[in-house]
Design a protein around this ligand. Sequence first.
Ligand SMILES: [Zn+2]
Length: 220
Amino acid sequence: MVKIERSFPAPVSLAAEAGKNNGSYEKPDVVARLIKDFHNKCYICELKNLQDPQVEHLLPHKNGKYQERKFDWNNLFWACGHCNGVKNQKKYDAGILDCCKIDPEQKIIFRLKQNNIELLSQMADPDEETVRTIELIREVFNLKNTGLRVYKSDMRLKELQKEMNLLFDNLEKLKENPKSELVLRKLKALLRREAAFAAFKRCYVKEHLSDYPELRPLIF
Ligand SMILES: [Zn+2]
């Protein structure tokens, strides 16, 4: 999860739809704006170019019980079906980090270990939103309580490993040839917040900055 710059004003359909009995919060203007603002990436697992995107509510509207949340532009997020489904549990109802307002990289350490992810709080005494966000991201890479979730969680881990290997390959090349413009350009693309699994890649570089000081401007 990385910081997202949400654009304003809100898509115009939201105000009109909020006044209808069966209004929709996923009209084309809302969807197009979410794709653009969120770089067509699930804000929870950071998978790109989603096949099954959903408009997710940071704070649940509970089938319209909280009508004001349903059409609130600040409450609408771009997520994959898997993450939306995993997040739909009571324990997340009080909310996770709002990555449009708070930079998750300031709150969470994102690591890929041997065969799993490791998420830690940056603070000794983390706030509740940070704790719930860590729990949720762990779950979307690990929850295997249905056959499909075995597949979907594993698939995310494999995609993350692939992307990290791409990063490691290019870091290796940078060591061999620190002045290579081509390698630096590739690393710049891999480390942009827009990129898949950016939080994990950026965190790795941050934790190994002494080996790659030339990459500092790409992550701060
Ligand atoms: Zn996701």
